[in-house]
Design a protein around this ligand. Structure first.
Ligand code: NAP
Length: 340
């Protein structure tokens, strides 16, 4: 099979498409034939070993000291079940699924195996593979943080970085949970963020939300330039700070501050449940996948370049030539483009 192989840390060009052996599903595993995947900010960070201050050594220990231990990156895959290993009962060949291998990666390939009891869920009939996969990374992250942060109906929430993969899902999910939402993004993305349901939008180039006198019950930082020390005066009493990205120092602060929530406190085994929630909300038309661009798998280097830029809008999706599924969810996603 074809796979995108990354044998050293470096710029997008270190990723090369090669022929590698197709994985064989072991006992309890499902083999998924890829029809869509994403290059997300996690893939780009790992490829470049671009990690927040103080975390380079722990990340090298986790991901590989001098090169990625798993040379095929890719967190998530949408496609069809090609085959199942012995003892698999929950999935059958031909079923449409979305799945994640998390930090085991391996989804930037024509086939990937996933444990049937792992992070895998059925894609509803009216959702395309591209839309399904575009929901996953940002959607699971937003769900995890809102659950940890106990976001409640009627609360006010500010999302810094509202137009990225995490931000676009966070805006919509927070509205769904009944919150009053303020999105912070560039002026170019203000209409998109309002269209996703944000009640207020702040252009970060024109206004500093930490100095406008407003206070919020929950502040989520997906960009990394609004740490707790900067935003704490913008939190109401009892407010929570959701630190989606932060450096080692900020993580140390987080461990000593009840108001600061970091994802390390969550149980990653919830992913399949989260996927089912996201697919169901999308099927009902509550959640809209936001797709920055759709590129053929062969253009994965361009996809990495786009993600490295730090200004993608939602998800960058890669398709495989067999992806001829034309179904669209009611209302349709944000128009995909491949012009970036
Ligand atoms: N902790 C976890 O479990 C976890 C999980 C997933 C992701 N993450 C991390 O979360 C971060 C966000 O991921 P993502 O995939 O959503 O990234 P992304 O799609 O690249 O989005 C980046 C966002 O940052 C905004 N931005 C750029 N400059 C900004 C500024 N000066 N002030 C405020 N916003 C600014 C961009 O908006 P404009 O384009 O409008 O400028 C865009 O909305 C990444 O660092 C990723 O590694 C952490």
């Amino acid at each position: 099979m074809k796979a995108a192989v990354c044998e050293r840390y470096g710029p997008p060009e270190v990723v090369q498409i090669r022929e590698v052996p197709t994985p064989v599903p072991a006992d309890g595993e499902v083999l998924v034939k890829a029809l869509a995947t994403t290059v997300n900010s996690g893939d780009s960070r790992v490829r470049a070993l671009r990690v927040p201050r103080g975390l380079r050594l722990p990340m090298r220990l986790k991901l590989g000291l001098t090169k990625p231990k798993q040379p095929i990156l890719g967190f998530e895959i949408a496609g069809q079940v090609e085959a199942v290993g012995p003892a698999v009962t929950r999935f059958q060949p031909g079923e449409r699924v979305v799945a994640s291998r998390g930090f085991d990666f391996g989804c930037h390939a024509e086939y990937a195996t996933v444990a049937e009891g792992g992070d895998i869920a059925t894609i509803p009939e009216h959702l395309s593979f591209q839309d399904a996969v575009a929901l996953c990374f940002g959607g699971t992250t937003a769900l995890i943080f809102f659950r940890l942060g106990k976001l409640a109906a009627g609360e006010t929430v500010l999302i810094n970085g509202a137009s990225g993969a995490v931000g676009t899902m966070a805006v919509q999910l927070a509205k769904h949970f009944g919150a009053e939402v303020t999105g912070v993004c560039s002026a170019a993305n203000a209409d998109l963020v309002s269209g996703l349901g944000a009640d207020h939008v702040i252009d970060y180039q024109a206004h500093d939300f930490t100095r406008n006198g407003q206070r919020y019950d929950v502040i989520m930082d997906t960009h990394g330039n609004a740490p707790y020390a900067r935003v704490k005066r913008s939190l109401r009493p009892g407010g929570r700070f959701l630190m989606v990205i932060g450096d080692l120092w900020q993580m140390l602060v987080a461990s000593r501050q009840k108001a600061v929530i970091s994802a390390s406190q969550d149980d990653a085994s919830m992913t399949a449940d989260n996927y089912r929630t996201l697919m169901s909300l999308a099927e009902q038309g509550v959640l809209r996948p936001v797709i920055d661009s759709v590129l053929p798998f062969e253009q994965i280097v361009d996809a990495h370049r786009r993600v490295d830029g730090g200004h993608k809008v939602g998800s960058v999706v890669l398709t495989f030539e067999q992806d001829d599924y034309t179904g669209r969810m009611p209302g349709g996603p944000t128009a995909p483009t491949s012009s970036h």
